[in-house]
Design a protein around this ligand. Structure first.
Ligand code: TMP
Length: 210
């Protein structure tokens, strides 16, 4: 991919269920783009600001099993609002390519499809939290819930520790979102690391050429 002058920054998000390999793919793409002299910023959600990393700890800590569903939603949105203000808006102004591990789609599927909170309400609150910033492109790394949980392995955090049925709702929610927004959300089978990376590069190239 040859470096083109970007007229503006880009927000590219990576979505997927547990164990879908998002962070590996983000690292590969960040290295690839950096080698081609693009300005790249890697972020993760919840996280990537001091405040949002603090919220991440609270949200993922198994000891906090008492957190109710509405508070869970509000905390994810609070972490996002801070990230948008502190990192995303300034980077977009600097014509940076932002590679963000999860964004608003995660909330729609984990808290909406997974927990059953009202999706219209989540969308409205998400717009408020982000100032209606929508990713330019989203890579959805698709994997069966059981296989993903097996790959994620190790000790499960507060969200990973939820039932297989919950994680299946998350996966199906993602696929439904991709059907709703086929131009923005590109579904990629999360199987082979280098084949997935190649597909991501190809889709990004197509996107940049339009
Ligand atoms: P990660 O492990 O992929 O970094 O994501 C953190 C966990 O938080 C993961 O289990 C998905 C979950 N999550 C939500 O439930 N809602 C959200 O809005 C986001 C961003 C993440």
């Amino acid at each position: 991919m040859a470096k083109k002058d970007l007229k503006r920054g880009l927000l590219i998000t990576f979505e997927g269920a547990e164990g879908s390999g998002k962070s590996t793919q983000i690292k590969l793409l960040a290295d690839y783009l950096t080698q081609r002299n693009f300005k790249v910023l890697v972020l993760r959600e919840p996280g990537s600001t001091t405040f949002s990393e603090g919220i991440r700890k609270i949200l993922l800590d198994k000891k906090n099993h008492f957190i109710c569903e509405k508070v869970e939603l509000l905390l994810y949105l609070a972490a996002r609002a801070q990230l948008v203000k502190e990192k995303i808006i300034p980077a977009l102004k600097e014509k940076t390519i932002i590679l963000c591990d999860r964004f608003q789609d995660s909330t729609l599927v984990y808290q909406g499809c997974g927990l059953g909170l009202d999706k219209k309400m989540i969308s409205m609150m998400g717009k408020f939290a982000t100032g209606d910033i929508v990713p330019d492109l989203t890579f959805l790394l698709d994997i069966a819930a059981k296989e993903g949980l097996r790959r994620a392995g190790g000790s499960k955090d507060r969200i990973q520790g939820r039932s297989l049925t919950y994680h299946r709702r998350v996966r199906n929610g993602y696929l439904a979102l991709a059907r709703k927004y086929p131009k923005r959300i590109k579904v990629i089978q999360a199987k082979d690391i280098s084949r997935t990376h190649d597909e991501i590069k190809k889709l990004l190239e197509e996107f940049l050429c339009h």
